[in-house]
Every structure is written in structure tokens, then in C-alpha cells.
Design a protein around this ligand. Structure first.
Ligand code: ADP
Ligand code: MG
Length: 250
């Protein structure tokens, strides 16, 4: 795949914190509708790479292109560009980050009103559609504290989807959850992948990576160590470090 066919391109992206290179020259092209899983040891730069993609971190070097628009990462990014980008690239974190003082419905509707200028009615209608999709219509009027972790994460997914993103980034979305609650979140993600959403998923859920992802990327020391079809990378890893990592998480 070349840069023109991809919905997302990273070219030589670099991010350093206090002299330590967290992301060290990563280049990556993601095709529309592709699901990319990312694994790698703690501290290998997975989160920083995702955060660079929606400019929660501004890279020190390199370019990021989202659906043909180059993001100027060299200088300051205007607030308008940031809002546009964050709308197009949704992100779901390990900690669900819902507003505790708002109902589930409000959590999903408010960003639509703020960012897309939807009316409250319109936003609520869309929120209910999405709650249905993640199986939580009955929780619309509940506060986050009354939801399980798995339910809160499904609400966070609905909230990200409410801005009609072109790409969804997931940073270890099930790591904070008990296994059975993680499964319900993974089921929602699998369903989302089936709709053709472009997704980058940092996860240690190897079964999910093997069965849902089109491509598996292994990161180490801020770089892409190896990548390929998930089954190929899992069955026949090319690097000793990948083998060590895989045996540690299996
Ligand atoms: P991963 O998600 O693979 O565990 P991270 O991207 O979180 O890795 O971190 C990569 C490296 O960058 C680590 O050494 C981490 O300590 C460092 N790092 C990440 N974010 C910051 C930050 N905001 N300030 C300083 N160092 C950071
Ligand atoms: Mg991380």
C-alpha cells in the first residue's frame, strides 16, 4: 500500500521526553477499513504513538497525514485544526474518562453539541442509536458510577463514535477490566471492525488480535520491530524479542 491509498500515514514520527526517545522514527500506512493491532512491552512507545496520531502529543519530527490532510506537526497547531482532527480520529483509553456528574446519555450528547453543533434533540437521538449498538440503551439515564467498568468502556466507545470519526484508536481498552467485562468490550470492538471502521488497537488480547486484526505490529524501544498478518507474526516471530514478549503474555 502506498501513501495515497491509506487513510492514515505516519512518516518518521519521533517524540522525545526529556532526552528519552519514546517514539523513534515510526512510519506506518493504514488502509481504510483496516484493523491494526499493536503489541509490545511496557514503555515501548505504543501509547505515545497513538497520542501522536491525534495530537495529544505533538511529535518533534515527522509527518502525520489523515485522509489526505497533512498535520503540521512542526509548529503550533491551531485550535481549529485540533478540533477537526480529534473529531476525525476517535480515541478510547484504558481508563474510561467519563464525566462522573453527567448521565450516560449526556456524556455522549454533550461532545456532539460542542464539537459538531448538533441540537440537543439531534445529539440525544444519535446517542440512543449508539447506546443501542453497544447494548446499553437501558443505561441512558444512569450515572457512570452505576455502570460496571465494561459498561463504562462501552459508553466511552459510543461517545467516541458519536463524533462520526474516520479512525478509531484504542489504548489497552480492556486492561483495567475483569476478563468477563473485557470480553463484552471486545465484542463491541469486533462488531465495529465488521462495519468497516479503520482501527488501531493497542492490546495484549492476543486472541482478539489473531481473529479481528488484519495486521499485527510489534513495537519495542519506540520502533516497529516487526509486523505482518497476525497469525504469521504469532506463529513465526522473526525477532527473539518478539518471542520473549509473546511467551510472557500467553
Ligand atoms: P507504552 O504505551 O508502550 O507502555 P509509552 O508510550 O507510554 O509506552 O511510553 C514510552 C516511553 O515514554 C516510556 O519510557 C515512558 O516512560 C515515556 N513517556 C511517555 N509519556 C511521557 C511523558 N508524558 N513524560 C515523560 N515520559 C513519558
Ligand atoms: Mg501504554
Amino acid at each position: 500500500m502506498n501513501q495515497a491509498e491509506s487513510i492514515l500515514s505516519l512518516r518518521d514520527v519521533e517524540k522525545t521526553f526529556a532526552g528519552h526517545c519514546a517514539v523513534d522514527g515510526v512510519s506506518l500506512d493504514v488502509a481504510r477499513g483496516e484493523v491494526v493491532a499493536v503489541i509490545g512491552p511496557s514503555g515501548s512507545g505504543k501509547s505515545t504513538m497513538l497520542r501522536c496520531i491525534n495530537l495529544l502529543e505533538v511529535p518533534d519530527r515527522g509527518t502525520i497525514t489523515v485522509d489526505g490532510t497533512d498535520l503540521d506537526t512542526s509548529g503550533t497547531v491551531s485550535a481549529r485544526d485540533l478540533t477537526q482532527l480529534r473529531r476525525r480520529v476517535g480515541m478510547v483509553f484504558q481508563s474510561f474518562n467519563l464525566f462522573p456528574h453527567m448521565t450516560v446519555l449526556r456524556n455522549i450528547s454533550l461532545p456532539q453539541e460542542r464539537v459538531l453543533g448538533r441540537s440537543r434533540d439531534e445529539a440525544d437521538r444519535r446517542s440512543m442509536e449508539l447506546l443501542e449498538r453497544v447494548g446499553l440503551q437501558q443505561k441512558a439515564d444512569a450515572y457512570p458510577a452505576k455502570c460496571s467498568g465494561g459498561q463504562q468502556q462501552r459508553v466511552a466507545i459510543a461517545r467516541a463514535l458519536a463524533l462520526d470519526p474516520e479512525i478509531m484508536l484504542f489504548d489497552e481498552p480492556t486492561s483495567a477490566l475483569d476478563p468477563e467485562l473485557g470480553l463484552e468490550v471486545l465484542a463491541v470492538m469486533r462488531q465495529l471492525a465488521d462495519t468497516g471502521m479503520t482501527m488501531i488497537v493497542v492490546t495484549h488480547e492476543i486472541h482478539f488480535a489473531a481473529t479481528v486484526a488484519d495486521r499485527l505490529i510489534v513495537m519495542a524501544d519506540g520502533r516497529i520491530l516487526e509486523q505482518g498478518p497476525p497469525q504469521q507474526v504469532l506463529d513465526d516471530p522473526q525477532h527473539a524479542r518478539t518471542r520473549t514478549f509473546l511467551s510472557a503474555i500467553k
